[in-house]
Design a protein around this ligand. Structure first.
Ligand code: NI
Ligand code: MN
Length: 251
């Protein structure tokens, strides 16, 4: 799998399936995103080439952002909980209305190993106009070869232990900016609960209250044997396949 980071919690995940590759665009907040604007990222970059799906962790403006415009321009369906589907369907967007705990499978039956599961997040969710957005979610994405967890906006939660019990993650994408979500300290604890070796940080540096010290953050993760990846805005990154150490007995 390959990630292109657009700042805040917006990223494109390119997933190779057996029959085709999928372009999954997460939380497309570009307009009004100072990080994206500073680095010359525009909505057009997210429209062409077009995403196959737009996935929203929740309705807050720094996540739902440009979803309506991108969906209308590309016909990419917006995937989210039922309230998110209702909101965008009313506005004429194609949608896939699910709910937390549900799993989305590729429409192509030749790709049974590609799926996206909506998992709980501890946060709130309303659209900028005040409309209720349902519950917030995180996502687990698999193509049978790799598995990634994107937490969305969340507090530290024991749900992560259950995720680790069931899924062998190659990467966790965690909010680490604090104030609205987990901070670095909580992110380290989350990485331990999730039993991952690689974490990609999101939801930091966009606004003054969520600024972090990069080197200190990396060191904090390093101390527990986890690599924190802080991608540059616009940077593309191939997610490493995390081969479990055979010498490590599981208990
Ligand atoms: Ni939020
Ligand atoms: Mn947010």
């Amino acid at each position: 799998m390959e990630i292109t980071y657009y700042g805040h919690s917006c990223f494109l995940l390119q997933v190779k399936g057996k029959s085709q590759a999928y372009r999954l665009l997460f939380d497309p907040f570009i307009t009004g995103n100072p990080l994206a604007e500073k680095h010359g990222i525009t909505r057009d970059i997210l429209i062409d080439p077009k995403p196959d799906y737009i996935l929203l962790s929740h309705a807050h403006g720094d996540h739902s952002g440009d979803a309506e415009e991108i969906s209308k321009a590309t016909e990419a369906p917006i995937v989210g909980v039922w309230e998110i589907h209702e909101y965008y369907a009313k506005r004429g967007c194609p949608t896939i209305g699910m709910n937390v705990g549900g799993t989305f499978y590729a429409p192509d039956k030749n790709d049974p190993d590609f799926w996206v599961k909506l998992v709980p997040a501890i946060h709130s969710s309303s659209f900028p106009d005040g409309t209720y957005g349902g519950v917030p979610v995180g996502f687990i994405i698999s193509n049978g070869e790799q598995m990634i967890y994107y937490a969305g906006d969340t507090a530290l939660t024991l749900e992560m232990e259950l995720i680790a019990e069931r899924y062998q993650l190659d990467l966790a994408i965690l909010p680490i900016g604090g104030y609205f979500t987990m901070d670095v300290e909580d992110g380290v604890e989350a990485a331990l609960l999730l039993d991952v070796n690689h974490v990609m940080g999101v939801h930091y540096d966009t606004f003054p209250p969520i600024q972090i010290k990069h080197e200190e953050a990396k060191k904090a993760f390093e101390e527990v044997g986890v690599t924190l990846h802080l991608l540059g805005v616009g940077e593309r990154w191939v997610v490493p396949k995390d081969v479990p150490a055979e010498s490590e007995p599981s208990s």
